[in-house]
Ligand binder design. Structure first.
Ligand SMILES: [Zn+2]
Length: 56
């Protein structure tokens, strides 16, 4: 097989800065760092999937 198939481009993931709350779209392999303030703790945004745990 010699392919004409390119690998799918990595999907950017949205992160929220833990400090200023700015939206950061990072691709896999990118440095995890806020582009607004340089803070290094980013939270992965919730995806559309809703995860709920039912408390009984
Ligand atoms: Zn920030």
């Amino acid at each position: 097989m010699d392919g004409g198939m390119a690998p799918p481009p990595p999907e950017p993931v949205s992160y929220l800065c833990g400090d200023c709350g700015a939206d950061n779209s990072l691709k896999p392999g990118d440095v995890i760092q806020c582009r607004e303030c340089g803070y290094r703790i980013l939270y992965k945004k919730r995806t559309r999937r809703i995860v709920q745990y039912e408390a009984r």
